[in-house]
Design a protein around this ligand. Structure first.
Ligand SMILES: C[S@@+](CC[C@H](N)C(=O)[O-])C[C@H]1O[C@@H](n2cnc3c(N)ncnc32)[C@H](O)[C@@H]1O
Length: 219
């Protein structure tokens, strides 16, 4: 799954296009829970009025839009055109572009966020993010617990490993916080989610942790 080979990115983009439609259907339901993760990430990067924020692998755009609601100058990028189109439809007042997080726009940026995207790509994206951040800039990623996941072979890591990788890429003051996602509780209440789980699409929905791993670039 993790690869810096451009050919595999095209392949990944294709499969994400197919999933984009389906993701689009359930994301608003999931967002009832994910909103807390988003706010924790935006707090960690201290997103506020005027913060120049780059949201990597933005998908349908919720983190980008939430940053903008705080007054940040946010840009969301995603490698999948269908995701960017969905984000633009949903949040017409936010800025989105097709782009690869391994080669991010130069900015400079005060903050970088990546919600549930880091496990999809080669870890070298972290160094690229470090380079486009301004001194004193901050990063926050959110990732699920790998031991919770259906497949172990999907790039997901333990939070301490994510923290080590961020430090390896040059980030300092790296800290992990945990947010419990009550997706099982949500699926029990929401028909759409339960049906999706039964069709075998969205994996299983259960209550479990999401880790927010944050750090900063030295002034
Ligand atoms: C699980 S979704 C997360 C989307 C969004 N951040 C969210 O939390 O709703 C993963 C996203 O990563 C994107 N992606 C995968 N590889 C990428 C890459 N190399 N550069 C940018 N985006 C990528 C996919 O297109 C998909 O939208």
């Amino acid at each position: 799954m993790s690869s810096s080979n451009p050919a595999s990115h095209h392949h990944a983009a294709d499969s994400w296009s197919e999933r984009a439609k389906q993701y689009d259907r359930v994301i608003d339901i999931l967002e009832q829970e994910m909103r807390r993760v988003t706010e924790a990430m935006l707090n960690a990067v201290r997103a506020g009025p005027g913060t120049r924020l780059l949201d990597l692998a933005c998908g349908p755009g919720h983190v980008t839009a939430a940053a903008q609601t705080r007054g940040a100058e946010a840009l969301g990028i995603d490698v999948t055109l269908a995701m960017v189109e969905a984000a633009r439809r949903r949040f017409p007042d936010s800025r989105f572009a097709v782009g690869d997080m391994l080669d991010p726009p130069h900015g400079p940026w005060d903050a970088v966020t990546c919600r549930l995207g880091a496990h999809h790509v080669d870890e070298s994206w972290m160094k690229a993010a470090w380079r486009v951040l301004t001194p004193g800039g901050r990063i926050a990623i959110a990732e699920l617990d790998p031991t919770d996941s259906v497949s172990r072979d999907n790039g997901m890591r333990l939070p301490a490993e994510w923290a080590r990788l961020l430090e390896g890429a040059g980030f300092e003051d790296v800290a992990v916080t945990t947010c419990t996602l009550r997706l099982g509780t949500l699926a029990a209440r929401e028909q759409g989610l339960a049906a999706m789980a039964q069709e075998g699409h969205g994996g299983h929905f259960h209550d479990g942790p999401v880790y927010i791993i944050a750090g900063s670039k030295r002034q």
